[in-house]
Design a binder for this molecule. Structure first.
Ligand SMILES: Nc1ncnc2c1ncn2[C@@H]1O[C@H](COP(=O)(O)OP(=O)(O)OP(=O)(O)O)[C@@H](O)[C@H]1O
Ligand SMILES: [Mg+2]
Length: 497
């Protein structure tokens, strides 16, 4: 038991929790030597660990050297603060219209509503993040001690501590400070959580640390919770911004985060982006597939623009990449065409992307996984390390630098650390989910193997789904369905903690 407490604060907590027995059994089925240095030759037989992950040395012991939250004292903190005070609270399921209007029927924004909204965000975020910290704590230690997961853990705990200590908001001045605080949280090293989560899952797959199906469930649940948290925060920033700019009526029901999107414009935007990727990958004058759009060309609907851009971008990208590969492989005169059909009814919208690129060469089960096969996970991980800004920076570098008087190193190319004032309050459309946009804009050279898995999480989040229908030797229909948010505004959307 002593050994437990010294080496694994997380396991110690698990020991106290109801789910403990099942998890202990699970962690025992894997070698779980927490202070053992992992065998990094498993990651890549050809590359040394210093080449693959030059930053990793601080995390090679049970407690990372500069860590604030992974240390012996933390056991006490877990038991007395997290468990006793926060895990007993349940997150509030909220609907989109509740979020925008703050629990009354009028769409008018008042000071009181802004202040209430601020306090709601503060309390809700503490509770939600506490539950996710707990989820990470219930994983075997050698999973969470993985470099990437421990970055996420640190980041979550850091958010938890900062929100937990935040004083009650009483006035608009308090709220202005809170908005600065929120903006800081959205744009500092927390933006790295998305790639770190996925890289952690890939490493676990390669090292056989955790059952892949369970890992997929955990990643999906963390991603869904992440969408909800960011939505709650962004909505508050957005209504504050509206109020301060004199717009007292929240006419769009959902603030400025959700915009009216023209389906065809987004489809054509995704097409243009894919064509650029293809030219970049091959050469400027390469023949491109003919592109057709049919169905409801006039469709306009309210949605999160960046989510729609991401979803269509990833799906079309798969079709373009496969079509070009087939074109070259078979030596065809020109690439086969790609057709997008837009379909809608009162409750949902559908985009069917049809290509003739020979079908999907994987089985139905693995294409939805974040790890796919070990070999593919290896390639994906390798490519993640090539993404700009990710290969050398760890949370510890960032924190360390900050102590020296400010972050000289930019933690991620997608983040923004410019000074905050009421006049440059972010509008949701520009700010929401920058890390996601960063993923979308990666070069086609860096295949991450996660496009479909990610899109499924996002589509399902918005009451839709993503399916593929592949006919071997012919082609693929990828069908994206999204719920009509205006139809579902009273649905308890943000219950996906
Ligand atoms: N329309 C398609 N036609 C043929 N194969 C496809 C199609 N869509 C997906 N695939 C196959 O499924 C695999 C998984 O797709 P997914 O988008 O999840 O990852 P990826 O494209 O390999 O990597 P990335 O993360 O860069 O998107 C692809 O590598 C490809 O082999
Ligand atoms: Mg893809």
């Amino acid at each position: 038991m002593r050994e437990h407490m010294y080496k694994s604060p997380w396991k110690s907590v698990v020991r106290l929790s109801a789910t403990k027995q099942a998890l202990r059994h699970e962690s025992q089925s894997h070698p779980s030597h927490i202070s053992q240095i992992p065998d990094f030759s498993k990651y890549s037989p050809t590359k040394s660990i210093s080449e693959l992950a030059p930053y990793v040395s601080p995390t090679l012991c049970a407690y990372p050297l500069q860590s604030k939250y992974l240390n012996q004292q933390h056991y006490y903190q877990n038991q007395n603060i997290l468990e006793k005070h926060y895990l007993i609270k349940k997150p509030h399921p909220v609907s989109l219209s509740q979020l925008a209007q703050y629990f009354d029927d009028s769409t008018t924004l008042t000071k009181q509503k802004i202040v209430n909204s601020g306090n709601f965000v503060q309390q809700e975020l503490v509770t939600r993040i506490a539950h996710k910290i707990h989820l990470l704590q219930t994983l075997p230690f050698n999973v969470v001690n993985n470099f990437h997961f421990s970055q996420v853990y640190e980041s979550y705990y850091n958010i938890f501590e900062r929100f937990r200590r935040y004083p009650t908001i009483k006035t608009m001045d308090d709220n202005a400070k809170f908005v600065e605080f929120l903006r800081g949280i959205l744009s500092d090293f927390n933006s790295l959580n998305l790639p770190h989560l996925i890289m952690g899952a890939l490493e676990c797959k390669i090292l056989d640390l955790y059952p892949p199906e369970k890992m997929d469930q955990i990643i999906s649940s963390l991603l869904r919770a992440r969408i909800s948290r960011r939505l709650i925060v962004e909505e508050h920033l957005s209504i504050t911004s509206n109020y301060l700019s004199g717009k007292k009526e929240n006419t769009l029901v959902l603030g400025d985060i959700f915009q009216e999107c023209s389906a065809i414009e987004f489809v054509l935007g995704a097409k243009a982006m894919c064509e650029n990727f293809i030219r970049d990958m091959y050469f400027e004058g390469i023949k491109l597939p003919e592109f057709h759009v049919d169905g409801n060309l006039d469709l306009k609907f309210y949605f999160l623009p960046l989510h729609l851009k991401y979803l269509l971008g990833e799906i079309l990208r798969n079709s373009y990449e496969a079509t070009m590969k087939e074109y070259i492989r078979l030596g065809l005169e020109k690439p086969e065409p790609i057709t997008v059909t837009i379909i809608s009814n009162e409750q949902s919208f559908m985009f069917r992307v049809s290509d003739r690129a020979g079908g999907i060469p994987h089985d139905e089960k693995t294409i939805w996984s974040f790890g796919k096969s070990k070999e593919l996970a290896n390639q994906s991980l390798d490519n993640f390390h090539k993404l700009p800004g990710l290969q050398t920076i760890s949370l510890y570098d960032y924190m360390y630098d900050k102590r020296k008087g400010g972050p000289a190193i930019h933690p991620y190319k997608f983040t923004s650390l410019e000074p905050i004032s009421a006049s440059n309050l972010p509008k949701g459309i520009h700010n929401f989910e920058k890390p996601l946009l960063g993923l979308l804009e990666r070069s086609s050279r860096y295949k991450l193997g996660i496009g479909l898995a990610m899109c499924k999480v996002y589509a399902e989040y918005w009451n839709g789904d993503l399916t593929v229908h592949s006919i071997n030797g012919y082609g693929t229909d990828t069908v994206l369905k999204l719920g009509n948010l205006m139809y579902h505004t009273d649905k308890l959307q943000l219950d996906k903690v």
